[in-house]
Design a protein around this ligand. Sequence first.
Ligand code: TMP
Length: 205
Amino acid sequence: MSKKGVFIVFEGIDGSGKTTQVDLLAAALTEKGRDVVICRDPGGTGLGEGLRNVLLYSPGPIDPVAEALMYGAARAQLVAERILPAVRGGSVVISDRFSHSMLAYQGWGKGLDRGFLENVNRYACRGLTPDLTVLLEIDPLLAISRLTRPADRMEKEGVGFLRRVRNGFLALAQESPHHYLVLDSAAPAEELFLRVLAAVYGILG
Ligand code: TMP
């Protein structure tokens, strides 16, 4: 019998430990014999990685609407080129961020209109929604102290910005409690991973 495709997303502010959990989950599912595709948003395609570079490292100013449209463009390409074909082919796709990052960062963080952002996401995602979103919850000051590399353009927005983004993620999780797993990322990575695994097994059946 062919396996059902599944789409899992990790969200959280920068420094919340998403990448560690993505890698642990991918390794565990691969071990169980699942086809696993990992991607990151923005990124994961030629176009997306190019846009990511501009979005995170552009030295010049970027207008917030232009910024949102570039995140949307990166996501549209990622969905069309990688995520949808993989999910339809029966893979488990694990994405480091997705559409709710835009609502949290450009909406809560930068104050752009939610309706506009939802519309961009609607076209970019082509009806695809995550089966599960894991929100790694963390205090922005702790998150910043965990970063081991120089801050990128978004991280340079400061702690007040990250606090608004964090509140955005929490509000979004409350709006869809059945599709979110909210974890306190101050806990040890292995402990978090066991919770993630239990939730993912619940979906895989
Ligand atoms: P990361 O992949 O290393 O977490 O970096 C991506 C950065 O882009 C991060 O600061 C969050 C930000 N971002 C947005 O502002 N809007 C979006 O739609 C997405 C996907 C990410």
